[in-house]
Design a protein around this ligand. Sequence first.
Ligand SMILES: NC(=O)c1ccc[n+]([C@@H]2O[C@H](COP(=O)([O-])OP(=O)(O)OC[C@H]3O[C@@H](n4cnc5c(N)ncnc54)[C@H](O)[C@@H]3O)[C@@H](O)[C@H]2O)c1
Length: 244
Amino acid sequence: MSEKLRDRVAIITGARGDLGQAIARHFMAEGAKVCLVDLHAPETEDTNDMMALSCDVTDPEAVEATVAATVKRFGRLDIVVNNAAAEARTGKICDLPVDAWLHTLNVNLNGAYFVSRAALPHLRETKGVILNIASQLGHVTAKGHAAYSASKAGLLSLTRTLALDHASEGIRAVSLSPGAVMTDRLIRRAGSEEQVLADHGPRHPIGRIGTPDEIGAMAAFLVSDDAAFITGSDLLADGGYTLK
Ligand SMILES: NC(=O)c1ccc[n+]([C@@H]2O[C@H](COP(=O)([O-])OP(=O)(O)OC[C@H]3O[C@@H](n4cnc5c(N)ncnc54)[C@H](O)[C@@H]3O)[C@@H](O)[C@H]2O)c1
């Protein structure tokens, strides 16, 4: 590895999930220090390069405390990855309970806003980066996915405004939109890896779904100086899902 992120400090939300873990692995392999954040802190060793905190991203005060604790521990903050997502309920809009809609929007979109807002004063000092993990379903939609799709489309828009508002301060904001990735999230829903492949594989023209490591590597690129001229844009990593 090239140590592209040497000594940079990153907060990664939703870090118990497969994609959060892969992003953390790739960041650390590039030399970053990471604070892993989830509703219940991931079980990891507390080391010089890694800490874990419990935080609900929908609680602005808890988010402020988490950002402050990270800066206190590591002395700076360079990178925020808004990766946390709710287990979104699906169903036709007329059947979707109001609280399910609100919860999905609250975690996926409001949570990213709260974390970004709390981090910006620190990112200003380091000319840092915000990476929002969106989805191909922020670009297109699927039957029954109103809340998830709207939350991810909102994240794409939030990314663009963050980029515009803070470009003159040297802060970048980017998003990454994966297609289906082989993760526990999808296996839980489908029941088995085989069923995930049967359900999602044919929808991806490239003939397969993604791997967490592919997403982790793309995330590390986007927050590194190799991507210094990229801001406000989305990297759609969906194996061609949205081409049709
Ligand atoms: N897995 C895929 O195929 C896929 C595809 C496209 C986009 N994505 C996106 O990638 C991201 C990660 O996906 P994953 O597959 O690892 O999902 P996951 O469900 O395994 O992980 C999401 C994590 O967010 C945490 N979380 C939920 N609510 C929270 C809250 N209020 N505060 C803090 N943390 C909270 C959960 O505890 C969980 O650990 C999500 O944003 C998801 O929408 C995933």
